[in-house]
Design a protein around this ligand. Structure first.
Ligand code: PAZ
Length: 328
């Protein structure tokens, strides 16, 4: 733990601590060693086979309001972007580490788990008491099941989860450092919605906040800027793609550009809350390109992630062969 003196030194004067200080002041998740062992084994396996590997982060982090957490603040994200993207990367021969918010959408199972149907609605009971998949769903389910089983049996998909901001940050740091051994054939696809504000452990109530005390006023600290060490130290050789979500159109491209300048990574994919499933903007240091689904594609249930991934594969090929995005 940092001392009072360290705290003064490590604070930037506006109450924002740096990432190293964050890791000193917060406890790692109890399953971090298991996370690291599984990630290392997966990465080593694919390094030996020269398989490109993508780390996808997906879903939202929570920030607890109490150390013994009853209440928390959540971040918007169902995990659609991440889980659909994972399927598209797998179809293109990538091994996928899918670091997702626990119980958010996952590749393949997403087609059945969070729909308006309960999973039991996909099944029928035969007269002799056996369970079968309803004929209406069987063909599509067989296709999805075959893809899922292929990914698992070929060791192409590693599922890892997080819940809190702190879980996420510790695992992101470990995961990216392990992936760094792959050099340029690693891609980081940071689609998770990560909290910008949190309550440090030492300022948090220990027990459930009581309503008898009247209205609740919260003061949240700013989360340190983790993309900085991620880009410059943890994952320095890989292709780094971050996502930016906005609700005010005017801010989307300027904020994305600001992020590229501040952190020095390669690509920001910008998306607006209301149109994120049909339009995204690719922003690099020297380009800006809107990618959209046509009405016909929307009518045919084409998912925008297939376009996002095919763009990124071009960038990644260029990155692997000469370490820049040019010539993609
Ligand atoms: O998971 P989902 O499909 O509901 O949402 C995806 C998203 C909007 C969270 C993602 O595309 C994104 O923009 N992530 C980064 C969010 C941010 O700016 O922090």
């Amino acid at each position: 733990m940092a001392t009072m003196h360290d705290n003064q030194l490590l604070d930037n004067g506006q109450g924002v601590i740096d990432p190293d200080t964050y890791f000193l002041r917060n406890n790692p998740p109890s399953n971090l060693a298991e996370f690291e062992a599984k990630t290392s084994e997966f990465v080593q396996y694919h390094k030996e086979r020269n398989t490109p590997v993508v780390l996808i982060t997906s879903g939202g982090t929570i920030v607890p309001l109490e150390n013994q957490t009853v209440r928390f603040i959540d971040n918007f994200s169902a995990g659609t972007r991440g889980s659909v993207s994972a399927e598209k990367f797998l179809e293109n021969g990538y091994a996928v580490i899918f670091m997702h918010r626990q119980f958010s959408l996952q590749p393949y199972s997403r087609h059945y788990t969070h729909s308006t149907n309960c999973f039991l609605d996909y099944m029928t009971l035969t007269e002799d008491g056996k369970i079968e998949v309803d004929a209406k769903y069987a063909a599509a389910m067989a296709t999805t099941l075959a893809k899922y089983q292929k990914a698992r049996s070929n060791n192409m998909l590693l599922l890892q989860d997080f819940v809190t901001l702190s879980d996420y940050l510790f695992k992101l740091k470990s995961g990216t450092r392990i992936m760094a051994t792959l050099g340029r054939s690693a891609m980081y696809y940071l689609a998770a919605a990560v909290s910008d504000f949190f309550i440090p452990t030492e300022k948090m109530a220990e027990h459930k906040i009581q309503s008898r005390d009247g209205a609740l006023t919260l003061t949240l600290d700013q989360v340190p800027k983790f993309l900085k060490p991620l880009v410059s130290v943890w994952a320095s050789n890989g292709l780094i793609v971050s996502f930016k979500l906005e609700t005010d159109e005017k801010l989307l491209v300027p904020k994305a550009r600001q992020a590229l300048e501040k952190y020095g990574h390669q690509i920001v994919v910008g998306n607006m809350l209301t149109t994120r499933k049909k339009t995204v903007t690719f922003i690099t240091q020297d380009s800006e390109r809107i990618v959209s689904l046509s009405q016909e594609e929307l009518d045919n249930d084409v998912e925008i992630e297939s376009k996002i991934i095919s763009e990124l594969l071009k960038y990644h090929r260029a990155w692997i062969s000469h370490g820049t995005l040019e010539g993609q």
